[in-house]
Design a protein around this ligand. Structure first.
Ligand code: CA
Ligand code: CA
Length: 302
């Protein structure tokens, strides 16, 4: 079964009619459209960012009914293969992202994607590590639910390890599960600090399995080694009693290091951090201060 990227919706809703029925164990190929739903093009500039229609943001392809699935079951999703488009976009959208006060202006970079690299800036590229930003099932609560926040039913998880070779296990909340996916990234750092990865179209091949009465409380991922970064890295830190504040502090410090070491503009450094740097919770036990670190491979800093 091959599903086109035109079959999308923009809210989670248990009452949406499924576009296809899948038997447990079946493989399907699903096309997804980019998180901007085609509103940006390779010729777009920062001036086009404020005009984005947010009612169209983050479309997902689906929903798929999984035959026989019922609440309490586990959906076991193996991502067998995934290809991304020939270009992607990364934007700073005013009011969205971790550092909205420091970066109030729109900014946009269009990456050319070729030979397993995405060129974020002329001469500066990141490896393509495809991932599915949004994948989830319908919540049992009736009515439409915004596509933006992730929930225990999955959705906009933005876990960069949900890509080829990974297994995702989701709890089923409604009869038939109603699985949908979209928001592919060609690259992203843990935290996705500016609010976007390298946003792109994708084609994903999945196998959907079902385990009776085995729902996890929240989504569970088995990762593939291809998503592990191994290069020596610089890690900046944020230290304090609030993890969000510490995450912002670590990110701010990393942007300063990027700017000082490479001469990049701060807004470009912010985008680079979003697609290539990983936020990590280093410590949550040494009361009352916790540590968040922001890791960027040194190869980007020379
Ligand atoms: Ca996302
Ligand atoms: Ca995205």
């Amino acid at each position: 079964m091959h599903i086109k990227r035109t079959e999308t919706h923009n809210a989670w809703d248990r009452d949406l009619a499924p576009i296809a029925v899948i038997a447990p164990g079946d493989e399907i190929t699903v096309e997804t459209t980019d998180a901007g739903d085609g509103q940006l093009t390779p010729g777009s500039t920062a001036a086009d960012v404020p005009g984005l229609d947010f009612s169209r943001i983050n479309p997902v392809t689906g929903p798929f009914e999984i035959e026989g699935a019922r609440p309490g079951d586990a959906l076991v999703i193996d991502i067998l293969d995934m290809s991304v488009g020939s270009w992607g976009w990364t934007a700073c959208i005013p009011g969205f992202g971790l550092l909205t006060e420091e970066f109030p202006d729109p900014h946009l970079r269009v990456s050319t994607i070729a030979d397993d690299r995405a060129e974020l800036l002329p001469g500066l590229s990141v490896p393509v590590v495809p991932m599915i930003g949004t994948i989830g099932v319908a919540p049992p609560e009736p009515g439409p639910h915004s596509i933006v926040p992730p929930r225990r039913w999955g959705g906009n998880l933005d876990i960069r390890h949900i890509g080829p070779g990974a297994r995702l296990v989701l709890p089923v909340g409604v009869d038939g599960a109603l699985l949908s996916l979209g928001d592919a990234h060609a690259a992203m750092g843990d935290g996705e600090v500016c609010g976007t990865g390298v946003e792109t179209d994708a084609t994903v091949r999945l196998r959907i399995g079902l385990q009776r009465d085995a729902a996890p409380k929240t989504p569970v991922v088995e990762t593939d080694p291809r998503t592990h970064r191994t290069g020596a890295a610089l890690a900046t830190t944020g230290v304090g009693p609030d993890l969000m504040v510490a995450a912002a502090e670590a990110t701010r410090a990393l942007i300063t290091e990027i700017v000082n070491r490479t001469g990049l503009a701060a807004a470009d450094a912010y985008l680079l951090a979003s697609v290539a740097a990983d936020l990590k919770i280093s410590e949550v036990v040494d009361v009352p201060n916790w540590v968040v670190s922001a890791h960027l491979e040194l190869a980007y800093l020379t």
